[in-house]
Design a protein around this ligand. Sequence first.
Ligand code: CS2
Length: 486
Amino acid sequence: MNRLSATAFSAGAAVWPRYRPEEYRAGIVHLGLGNFARAHLLDYTDKVLARRGGDWRVIGVSLRGTAVAEALNPQDGRYVLIERGLETHARVIGALKHVIAGPRMASCALAAMSRPGCRIVSITVTEKGYGIASDGALDRTHPAVAADLAHPEAPAGVIGLIVAALAARRAARLPAFTVLSCDNLSHNGQKLRRAVLEFADATYPHDLAGWIAAHATFPSTMVDRITPAATRDTLAAAQQLTGHEDIAAVETEPFRQWVIEDDFSAGRPEWELEGALFVRDVGPYEQMKLRMLNGAHSMLAYSGQLSGKAYVRDVMADPAHAVLVRRHLKAAAATVRGLAIDLDAYATALAERFTNPSIAHATAQIAMDGTQKLPQRITAPAMEAMEAGSPVRPFAFALSSWVAYLARRDACGAPIRVDDPRADALIAAVSGRRDAATLLATIAAACPDVLPEAMSTGAFGARLEESLDAILREGMTAVITQEAML
Ligand code: CS2
């Protein structure tokens, strides 16, 4: 069977580009071309190109491995996006121009970002990919940041690349691009700006930081689309839907949302034509989404993993567990301020999205990188709920589920390695310690940004210990049933 490409004849049930992608040049360099970017930024951009045209195609960058380039470049950047809801819809995306991928390609990425046509550098590298500490400062111990600080002329990390590209643009008298972070960090643009300026200050003379501060913009964004990792089934479906082999196909849900601060230094596609919402302050939207959707996700991922549920939909199929999801959504909603949105309706819609039987979203995938995710998803709302006197039990349950997940043992009684950039510290904290009080104390000492003193002591600390103790003694399934009956 032939591979999908720019010259492939349209076949199958998929919708093929209704414009000629090759007529347009690239205007966006996207760092971190994973499934999410392919289901979100590229989907919006592709639809706007089909309506309006413009030099806004996307050059994708993925410096971790060459697989993305090997999949997409022979396909001329084409891939099929499969939306799975009550019905299945598939569209061949034409907005991706080509991909620069692999650890040795950082200089090519830098060249693409330094070209006159690059007007936006957008980013989805996940929370851990930046090198930004939870307080928003540059994390100089982050491996990519440390390497780029030592060799700022040959960067390979996000912040180093942005600074070097902006330095090259300034030297060439080119305008600065907009830096558009699309990851689930709170105040993503604002934090990235601070870290970029700190890096520029430490590495480049002649006040590059001042030039960046004056000319580049860093709008914050809230992004949303549940996009599981592609599987063999995805590729089989892609083949059936397009009549071609596509090894870069992505599956996603029908829902999508994008809220963006309208602050672009060098223009932007009219994403609002496709439903993106441009606002002055993304803060409240981002609180709503991070605390409700992502917070509930993290809770159900750890408790799901510990009660034998491989997918989010399996959690929702267990009535008691689904009660805990709704309880979490309600407690999180109580901490969201400043939005004229019906949060009950938003919570109901989230529970429906989690239930989607056609989306196989692995709880193991969401459980990854807890130390990077929990501060904005659970810790921040829990602290605010404590101060406001609103319900905190759901937050305590989420955190005790995480600690119990970290403390899992294999058949030989050894701790199971977790996927987290701070895995070493976490494993050291849980090894040999089996009672709830000691586990909580060691985790709090290792991760004060997840479990600050105010939460590991006092009334919240006592609730946390009681909850963890119950999970360790009675097992997660029993605790879910008990909690749901309260
Ligand atoms: C999930 C998110 O993996 C995770 O941690 O919570 O990727 C989530 O699916 C997206 O943010 C949805 O927009």
